[in-house]
Design a protein around this ligand. Structure first.
Ligand code: NAD
Length: 357
């Protein structure tokens, strides 16, 4: 049966970088007879311009009936003065909530050709390939009660609640084990079980489901040590699974190990395997329309879509190889350019990936 992708190019550089990912998809469709169809939809500022809201029910319905969603980026100064309820970023939060995208995958991959872009020493990061699985719809960002109250002595006190139920932990845990099975089969669970009861439960549940994945080696680490290890020896990790707050912080830290935001894809998945895939960066209004944005994070987001939502790892592997190959050839967009390399524009980078395929 034909698989269908919903494309949401969005705003700013979104349409430019999405166009390059589509070239790659068209090429793979032809080369490997993948039979992947695609439709377009509106999200963010472009939807506000047409419909007055950043996300319509029609786009949500399109997303729900697709096998995967590829998003460019949303937002820009044109919409920054709008009422908060209809700003472009609200569309993004709404689609994540409506599709119950509880699992956020943030790879930190450093192609050896770009090792000098990292703030860490080349030997620590060259060939880095780790994946952080972050729980996205629970934990302290959503826990109740929350608020700011006034105490009897008149002092104000802010409070939030870090809460995870067994089923929430098990859901993200199983997801992470399954992902580890598709990689190097090592899963590291990050929490703070020496201090927090919720982390004690997290560790217990992770341990109890491990028996169902005998091929995956599970380890546990406290979050403070995980942060230290990420900058000391990041290559020791394969897949990391953690809660919303710890994942937010650790995934940004891991992303920066790679040096360039223009190279980083991400995925957010629900329990049925439906996922939304997008570059980590935003709509880059400062360079939009100039044809100089790096399309590789979006092309690598397509790679993740093929791997995790369509189960087409052969095609995904080909994309990863092609990206490595264009970097080997010395092609660089402005954001990853260094002396001696060949500076290329957005469409030239996309064309080069297609040629390498
Ligand atoms: P940004 O990621 O858009 O840009 C930060 C810097 O990185 C800019 O200098 C930009 O030129 C550069 N950059 C980003 N992507 C690049 C690429 N592919 N190639 C080359 N350079 C690239 O972050 P920002 O400036 O803080 O935000 C701009 C807009 O994007 C805002 O409206 C913000 O709300 C929105 N935003 C959207 C998302 C999303 O759609 N998921 C995420 C973050 C920010």
């Amino acid at each position: 049966m034909q698989k269908k992708i919903l494309l949401l190019p969005g705003d700013g550089i979104g349409p430019e970088i999405s166009a390059e990912a589509i070239k790659v998809l068209d090429c793979l469709n032809k080369k490997m007879n993948l039979d992947i169809g695609y439709d377009y939809g509106l999200i963010g500022g472009c939807s506000v311009d047409v419909h007055g809201v950043p996300l319509t029910d029609e786009t949500i319905a399109q997303a729900k009936s697709s096998d995967g969603i590829l998003l460019g980026a949303v937002g820009g100064p044109k919409w920054d003065t709008l009422d908060r309820a209809i700003r472009p970023e609200k569309g993004l939060l709404k689609i994540r909530a409506d599709l119950d995208l509880f699992s956020n995958l943030r790879p930190a991959i450093l192609y050896p050709q770009l090792a000098d872009a990292s703030s860490l020493k080349r030997e620590l990061v060259a060939d880095l390939d780790i994946l952080i699985v972050r729980e996205l719809t629970g934990g302290i960002y959503f826990g109740e009660p929350r608020g700011v109250r006034t105490l009897e002595n008149g002092e104000r006190q802010g409070y939030n609640t870090l809460v995870y139920s067994e089923s929430e932990i098990e859901r993200i845990g199983r997801n992470a084990f399954e992902i580890a099975q598709k990689r190097d089969k090592r899963l590291c669970s990050v929490e703070k079980a020496n201090v927090l009861e919720v982390s004690g439960l997290w560790r217990e549940v992770m341990g109890s489901i491990a028996d169902d994945y005998p091929d995956v080696e599970l380890s546990h680490i406290y979050v403070d040590n995980a942060a230290m290890q990420l900058v000391r020896a990041p290559k020791q990790f394969d897949v990391i699974v953690t809660g919303n707050l710890f994942g937010d912080i650790l995934s940004d830290c891991a992303a920066m190990l790679t040096g360039s935001i223009g190279m980083l894809p991400s995925a957010s998945l629900n329990a049925d395997g439906l996922g939304m895939y997008e570059p980590v960066h935003g709509s880059a209004p400062d360079i939009a329309g100039q044809g100089i944005a790096n399309p590789l994070a979006t092309i690598l987001s397509l790679e993740m879509l093929l791997r995790y939502s369509l189960d087409m790892s052969d095609a995904a592997d080909l994309i990863a190889k092609a990206v490595g190959s264009v970097l080997d050839q010395g092609l660089r967009t402005a954001d990853i350019y260094s002396k001696g390399m060949m500076k290329v524009r957005t469409d030239e980078m996309g064309d080069a990936v297609v040629k390498a395929l």
